[in-house]
Design a protein around this ligand. Structure first.
Ligand code: NIG
Ligand code: FE
Length: 391
């Protein structure tokens, strides 16, 4: 039989369950407790009403929130792109072409090197409060290299995305149609068993709307569910295609027309904003306020990758979202937890109410607002994953 633990003396508890707390989307409870039974939350509410348990942990008057759900990262890669970053910070602009540098390094790496790299970034993320992460292939671009990236990723997460359509492989640069045929044919057959999702970089210099539709439709026929890198560097068809195909998420959403915003507001596709990318490419910020005011569900993630956003820190992205994307601290925290869960179409994570996985982050601060109020400060002082304390 599993034993139960109460975490008590929580100054501010973020449940993301409006029925449990103050009625706000964050479902805030002051002077709160959470009871963990096995890998699940058994109870959450005011400390004075907590049921009796076997064990007790004193949160010391600090804040507890759901573990972050990082619903967009690219962590199976080798090498880095310091030179490219330096060039950008001296005025060069970001293009999809830099992906080729990482493709060459990734192809040259052994499985063990790729896995060690992945584990290192996962440990980094866990120490910063991330308890669920999605990650993608996309730096192999051959049948074997894409399939091995997914196999390695699947040892560490259930949220694995096939991104053979990151850019046209350098081996097919004179025949993009042949590469799309490979991505939707032999490569898809090899990759589908290891993935839950299929993604495409729908952008000038990568794949156009027709190619993206063909790729996602082929993936769907093999049981993969779509998500799209959409409208990152320029206006384009990605966001509306995402809604049309009922993609779980349209990611980046930096360049949006009113019709794009309307489509998101009227569909079930989450807009995932990735401010680490705008930070690291010195690009224009996505307008989170415009999306939120239109009623769009917004997720916030790191996009951790060696080219456009080499951060594994969700707290950093929360601070950017509040400072530069006009989100309130409450909205940013919701988007990095419940929003990420929605972008992965999950209801068992991203909230701390009975039945959810006991994935919790303890802050060395009295409230979740400090994540934005104290940028750059390592506030995460405890992490529980599936009911076990891991940090
Ligand atoms: O999400 N936009 C496409 N893919 C990544 C960047 C990958 C890279 O530059 O290596 C992104 O920003
Ligand atoms: Fe990305």
């Amino acid at each position: 039989m599993s034993s139960s633990t109460v975490i008590t003396n929580i100054a501010t508890l973020v449940t993301n369950d409006p029925s449990l707390g103050d009625g706000s989307p964050l479902g805030l409870v002051q002077d709160a407790a959470v009871v963990i039974d096995g890998d699940r939350v058994a109870w959450a509410g005011e400390s004075s009403k907590a049921p009796a348990t076997d064990n007790r942990v004193d949160a010391g008057g600090r804040a507890v929130l759901p573990g972050f759900v990082d619903s967009h990262s690219h962590l199976v890669f080798a090498g880095d792109r310091t030179q490219e970053f330096n060039a950008r910070m001296s005025g060069r602009s970001y293009t999809a072409g830099g992906i080729r540098t990482t493709v060459a390094a990734t192809r040259a790496a052994t499985d063990a090197e790729l896995e060690a790299n992945l584990t290192r970034y996962l440990d980094e993320a866990l120490r910063q409060g991330t308890t669920t992460f999605e990650t993608k292939s996309g730096y192999g671009l051959t049948v074997e290299d894409e399939a091995r990236a997914l196999r390695i990723a699947a040892r560490h997460t259930d949220e694995v995305t096939y991104l053979g359509a990151h850019i046209v492989s350098p081996d097919h640069s004179d025949d993009p149609a042949a590469y799309v045929a490979l991505v939707t044919g032999e490569m898809l057959d090899a990759c589908a068993p290891h993935a839950r999702w299929i993604d495409v970089f729908c952008e000038k210099g990568a794949f156009d709307g027709d190619q993206a539709r063909a790729i996602l439709t082929a993936g769907r026929a093999k049981g993969l569910h779509p998500r799209i890198h959409a409208n990152q560097l320029s206006y384009g068809p990605g966001v509306q295609l995402a809604v049309e195909l009922d993609a779980a998420s349209a990611d980046h959403c930096t360049h949006l027309t009113d019709a794009d915003v309307d489509a998101l507001a009227n569909g079930d596709t989450v807009a995932t904003l990735l401010p680490g990318a705008e930070f690291s490419t010195r690009a224009e910020w996505p307008d989170a306020r415009r999306l939120l005011d239109a009623g769009v569900t917004v997720a916030l993630s790191t996009d951790c990758n060696p080219g456009s956003s080499f951060t594994s820190s969700v707290p950093f992205c929360i601070a950017l979202a509040v400072r530069d994307m006009r989100m309130t601290p409450d909205e940013a925290v919701w988007s990095a937890t419940a929003g990420g869960a929605a972008a992965l179409r999950r209801t068992d994570i991203g909230r701390l109410s009975p039945g959810a996985y006991a994935d919790l982050t303890l802050l060395d601060a009295p409230s979740h607002v400090h994540l934005a109020y104290r940028p750059g400060v390592p506030l995460v002082s405890g992490v529980w994953r599936r009911g076990a304390r891991v940090v």
